[in-house]
Design a protein around this ligand. Sequence first.
Ligand code: ZN
Length: 118
Amino acid sequence: MGKELIAIAFFKDRKLNYYLDSLKKAIVFPCLACGKQADMDIATTRWSCDFCQQKGNLATLITIQVMDAAVNTAIFNPKKEWYAIKRRFNKLSQRHGQEMLVLLKKVEELVKYYEGSK
Ligand SMILES: [Zn+2]
């Protein structure tokens, strides 16, 4: 748990977007070198970027100069996205009635199906 907290403190300090993916046991963040999505193992802090092939651990990450591409880069956070979609469905149901909630139920079932097939 200790390394994970240090890594999160680092991302907060550099004002980088990140989220904790509890299934992958990883912190997802914008690669400091190219701004594309990179993953860091929370137990070891080993990270890699599939796009620019940079890799290392938290100690090496700290030495990399943060490129403009990485600052203010929104990374796709599926959990956050899912909450926003559900909120929108609920709001739309006030205008369009129960049909929206029926549709939400169907989408939820579909998401559960795909979560199970990972
Ligand atoms: Zn990269």
